[in-house]
Design a binder for this molecule. Structure first.
Ligand code: ADP
Ligand code: GN1
Ligand code: MG
Length: 365
């Protein structure tokens, strides 16, 4: 990407080196615009334009990210770890802020680049998946005593039954006239409206504790060290909010224990791999180090089903509304994504008792 005046202006607002030689789009996230900066010293940074239509409270969001990364830094230091690789590190602006607002009102931030580490979009080696499980579990544990009440709810009702209401509205409005073509998928949701209530009800009844959660625990939000194969850093902290541990577990299973990509068109390739599920259960429970309650452990399989259902419903809602939320790279991309999620839900519903047995096996260790 040509280093245009806009990028030069933005980067010069931050405390960075002088001679920027390259700025290229980077990664495969659905939400933010991410770039890798290279300076003539060879040093890299991550530059991100935060998605303003999704993150409507960017200042609060950056307060969350600053608070959580400072907390993690302290814990990593206490444990003798490498603070520049084991957590995200924000680069400040020359005005001492963790973000820069450009002339158009867009919010930008810069992170130190974590070198010699990779984010994987699919499980190629089950050890990577195990590592991501330990890392997300460990993230839970390190933040178990973080004052969760000081975190802002940056996206209100992120995992609640409100998602179902939004879906129903999208079907009723049908602004793109797409509903008639996806009757089967719509019915799939309507057949499971009770499912959408299960975890919210338990939370309301105080059966599941509120925790600091990541809310986007995909395998590609973990950086794996190229040399050691160990998960070193949990990234993408935009959705860190108070929430449920079972949702964090569930999102990892939805993405990483699937035998197909999130947008696979050939649904015969998509199912929940129980071996990978077991690998993750083991790693997550180990990483949490006893931080989860008995009920949380019992609800892990339900978390996997529900998060997959919710994500499929979100993809379908976005398809019906004209693909304004998730970035798409082809016609019908969100519908393809929805279909993989519903295929997984169905498969997990059939495998539920086995999924429970697997949790029981590790919870007794
Ligand atoms: P999105 O919310 O759009 O998914 P992410 O914050 O996950 O954005 O970043 C997108 C990609 O950029 C990641 O998958 C990863 O490959 C890369 N990335 C993000 N932060 C860093 C970092 N600090 N060091 C190296 N690569 C990073
Ligand atoms: C989005 O930014 P990314 O690609 O890591 C989304 C998640 C979804 C995910 C589906 C803020 O995550 O909630 O689960 O896509 N992030 C937001 O792949 O909505
Ligand atoms: Mg990401």
């Amino acid at each position: 990407m040509e280093i245009n005046r806009e990028i030069k202006n933005i980067t010069s607002a931050f405390v960075l080196e002088d001679n920027l030689t390259e700025c290229i789009p980077y990664g495969s996230g659905h939400i933010n615009d991410t770039y890798r900066l290279t300076y003539d010293t060879g040093k890299h940074y991550i530059l991100q334009k935060m998605n303003r239509s999704i993150f409507t409270k960017p200042v609060e969001l950056m307060e969350n990210v600053s608070g959580v990364t400072a907390w993690l830094k302290k814990k990593i230091q206490e444990n003798g770890g490498d603070v520049e690789r084991e957590t995200l590190n924000l680069v400040m602006t020359k005005d001492g802020l963790p973000y820069y607002v450009d002339e158009d009102g867009e919010y930008w931030r810069v992170y130190l680049f974590i070198e010699n580490a990779t984010c994987y979009d699919m499980v190629k080696d089950e050890e990577d998946f195990y590592q991501s499980a330990v890392a997300f579990g460990h993230f839970q544990r390190l933040l178990a005593d973080y004052p969760a009440e000081t975190l802002h709810e940056t996206i209100v009702n992120f995992h609640t039954v409100d998602r179902l209401d939004k879906f129903k509205t999208a079907v009723e409005k049908d602004i793109c006239h797409r509903a008639a073509d996806v009757e089967k998928e719509i019915q799939f949701v309507l057949d499971r409206t009770e499912l959408a209530h299960v975890l919210c009800d338990m939370q309301d009844q105080g059966k599941l504790p509120l925790r600091v959660t990541h809310n986007d625990t995909k395998l590609n939000n973990i950086m794996i060290d190229n040399a050691t194969g160990k998960a070193i850093c949990v990234i993408d902290l935009d959705t860190v909010m108070p929430g449920l541990s079972v949702n964090d577990f569930g999102d990892s299973i939805r993405f990483g224990a699937s035998t197909g990509a999130e947008d696979e068109k050939d649904l015969t390739k998509v199912s929940c791999d129980l071996h990978l599920y077991e690998v993750y259960v083991k790693g997550f429970i180990e990483g949490c180090g006893g931080a989860l309650t008995e009920t949380e452990l019992d609800m892990l399989p339900m978390g996997a089903i529900l998060m997959t259902f919710e994500c499929g419903m979100r993809f379908l809602t976005d398809y019906l509304e004209g693909d304004h939320y998730f970035k798409i790279h082809r016609e019908g991309h969100n519908l393809d994504r929805c279909r993989t999620q519903f295929k997984l839900v169905k498969d997990m519903e059939e495998k539920l008792s086995r999924m429970k047995e697997i949790v029981n096996k590790y919870k007794q260790v």
